[in-house]
Ligand binder design. Structure first.
Ligand code: F6P
Length: 343
């Protein structure tokens, strides 16, 4: 059995631990052979393949990033794309199955390759934002929350020194899990997430009540948050110099608005890709390793179109279809719980 592994979409601490878990499980338990596709689906489409022997994965679980590299290439687009060409490339290289490690886009493509092309693919969920449905948590999220929490702790001491308001922007394009968890862990005075638009007046109400108690306000905001009363020119940030939609920038917008309305000197900090870099936490290493091992077992069972997933503390399998098409958003009850502590 020869298995090809790919990592696709935005990177995430724990990707290398999945690769190591898969290779070790496959080599030790199933006499499998492994190759890696470089640069995500691009490596599949272009036949950019490297051997992944056991010695290649030594010590990999503690290493950030992905040794296979990643891209946002769609396997249905561009020259060489599409199920027929991909199957031909797999046959030419004697590859029996693909383990695709990725988020919503990657898994949607994986499902289509199974459904439309009969290609042997098993999925592993990957999202730092924790926004994938059908898995309780995804690796990378815990690491990102740790990094964001440490940043909030550090920003608090400088905020206190100067009596300033700090607005900290964390990742989360569509959902606010990183903001919710890091904000709770760091004792933020308000947590602003995409699922819960809020007015600038309400935010300033929290800021002023913190100031009135003689404290320096700390606000955590997810990059996809929108003000209910956001003016049109601020609601869409347009395209960057490479014609890509601009992401984030909400903290930069909020800090001066808060200062203008409350008179409290305010600063913004955007954590950005720091949240995706460096070594995974111990929790993420364990979760990623278990998912990698389970993915190889799924290949052995020919569970094509299925994804390995975390259910409670167990690793289970679900149809990739269940994991795609709708996001894992922050439930109202979790936000209400956090909101008790605002202000
Ligand atoms: O989806 C993961 C994520 O990290 C988002 O939180 C963020 O908006 C986006 O990727 C950044 O993408 P890129 O690495 O392409 O700038």
């Amino acid at each position: 059995m020869k298995i090809g592994i790919l990592t696709s979409g935005g990177d995430c601490p724990g990707l290398n631990a999945v690769i190591r878990g898969a290779v070790l499980r496959g080599v030790i338990s199933h006499e499998a052979e492994f190759v890696g596709f470089r640069w995500g689906w691009r490596g599949v489409v272009q036949g950019d393949i490297v051997p992944l022997p056991r010695q290649e994965v030594r010590g990999l679980s503690r290493q950030g990033g992905t040794i296979l590299h990643s891209s946002r290439t769609n396997p249905f687009e561009g020259e060489g794309g599409g199920p027929e060409n991909i199957q031909r490339m797999l046959d030419e290289n004697g590859i029996d199955a693909i383990i695709a490690i990725g988020g919503e886009g990657t898994l949607t493509a994986a499902r289509r390759l199974v459904d439309e092309g009969g290609i042997n693919v098993v999925g592993v969920p990957k999202t730092i934002d924790n926004d994938l449905a059908a898995t309780d948590y995804s690796f990378g999220f815990d690491t990102a929350v740790e990094i964001a929490t440490e940043a909030i702790d550090r920003l608090r001491t400088t905020a206190d020194s100067h009596g300033r308001c700090m607005v900290v922007e964390v990742m989360g394009r569509h959902v606010g899990w990183i903001a919710l968890h890091s904000g709770m862990a760091g004792g933020a005075h308000a947590i602003l997430i995409p699922e819960q638009p809020m007015s600038i007046d309400e935010i300033c109400h929290y800021v002023e009540s913190v100031r009135d108690r003689g404290r320096a306000p700390v606000i955590v905001v997810a990059e996809g948050f929108k003000l209910t009363d956001m003016e049109a020119e601020h609601s869409h940030k347009g395209l960057d110099a490479f014609n890509r939609p601009r992401l984030g920038g909400i903290a930069e917008l909020l800090a001066p608005m808060i200062e203008a309305r409350t008179g409290i000197e305010s600063r913004d900090t955007v954590l950005g890709h720091i949240q995706r870099g460096g070594a995974p936490s111990a929790y993420d290493r364990v979760l990623a390793t278990r998912l990698g091992m389970a993915a190889v077992d799924a290949v052995k069972d020919q569970a094509w179109g299925e994804m390995v997933t975390l259910r409670g503390t167990d690793i289970a399998r679900v149809s990739i279809r269940e994991a795609t098409g709708n996001l894992n958003t922050v439930p109202q009850s979790r936000y209400d719980e956090a909101r008790v502590l605002f202000g």
